[in-house]
Design a protein around this ligand. Structure first.
Ligand SMILES: NC(=O)c1ccc[n+]([C@@H]2O[C@H](COP(=O)([O-])OP(=O)(O)OC[C@H]3O[C@@H](n4cnc5c(N)ncnc54)[C@H](OP(=O)(O)O)[C@@H]3O)[C@@H](O)[C@H]2O)c1
Length: 255
């Protein structure tokens, strides 16, 4: 018997990367999943891969409250309610001081903060689990990423408030904090110039490699399932040590 038998999960940004890997694992563990994304073609491909008996895709923009609400309504209509929300949809973007279009800055905040807030739905059933997706870049001070860092810092702050608001209904709220993970957020991971990007990123990771989306999915499964029944308000880093031990990275090592 799977760890999520009989559960319904809403995964925003479930058509790609970490969200899609999580949807695959959730389905394998017995859940029904509702995935969102803006691009309908990518959603269809993802639902075909997940199987139409156990998944539906809803084209929805996390930045638009009405559109996000549509995804929740579709989940309730198709599967009767929601037990798990993985508020995962997010974008990155370069926003250097002095060279940033304010609309880009705002868009990153709208998707990564307001979209996450919107996804942590009041329609969740009692005893449910909400998992937010943060980032090591919230604290890394990486130049050029002010909007993204601010948005992910906001996610972890917001999680603490949601813990307090949802605990009376037995709903747990936790945050997964990924380090650099091999997904399309970094561009085409199969392209020839990706290895250069990867080599650069690995220098800041003690385990000397990027994470795989499946490794994030396993942690999200832990937080979604009863295995974490007393874990509430946690931030779990899945980053190869990059957030905790920067001095242990290849950049500093005498290797
Ligand atoms: N990969 C990493 O290194 C890394 C590290 C730390 C944190 N994260 C976080 O992990 C999450 C997932 O990223 P990923 O790496 O898996 O990236 P990804 O492969 O680019 O996937 C992002 C997903 O979010 C969806 N999405 C983006 N904007 C959306 C919007 N406005 N409304 C609805 N869906 C939207 C995308 O679909 P559409 O484009 O079709 O909308 C896609 O399904 C993000 O929150 C990201 O910040 C990633």
């Amino acid at each position: 018997m799977g760890k999520l038998e009989g559960k319904v999960a809403l995964i925003t940004g479930g058509s790609s990367g970490i969200g899609f890997s999580t949807a695959q694992l959730f389905v394998a563990e017995g859940a029904k999943v509702v995935i969102t994304g803006r691009n309908p073609e990518n959603l269809k491909k993802a639902v075909d891969a997940l199987g139409t008996a156990r998944s539906i895709g809803v084209a929805s923009d996390a930045a638009d409250p009405a559109s996000a609400e549509k995804a929740v309504a579709a989940a309730v209509e198709a599967f009767g309610g929601i037990d798990i929300v993985f508020a995962n949809a997010g974008i990155s973007g370069s926003t250097p001081l002095g060279g940033t279009d304010p609309s880009l800055f705002k868009n990153i905040l709208d998707i990564n903060i307001a979209g996450v807030f919107q996804a942590a739905s009041p329609h969740l059933r009692e005893g449910g689990s909400v998992i937010l997706n943060g980032s090591v870049l919230a604290k890394a001070g990486s130049p050029g990423y002010a909007a993204y860092a601010a948005s992910k810092g906001a996610v972890t702050s917001m999680a603490r408030v949601l813990v307090s608001e949802l605990a009376p209904r037995g709903i747990r709220v936790n945050t997964v904090v990924p380090g650099a993970t091999k997904t399309p957020i970094w561009g085409d991971t199969a392209a020839s110039d990706f290895s250069q990007k990867e080599a650069y990123l690995k220098r800041s990771i003690p385990l000397n490699r990027m994470g795989e989306p499946e490794e994030l999915a396993q942690t999200v499964l832990f937080l979604a399932s009863n295995d974490s029944s007393f874990v509430n308000g946690a931030e779990i880093s899945v980053d190869g040590g990059s957030g905790s031990s920067p001095m242990g990275t290849p950049l500093h090592a005498q290797r």
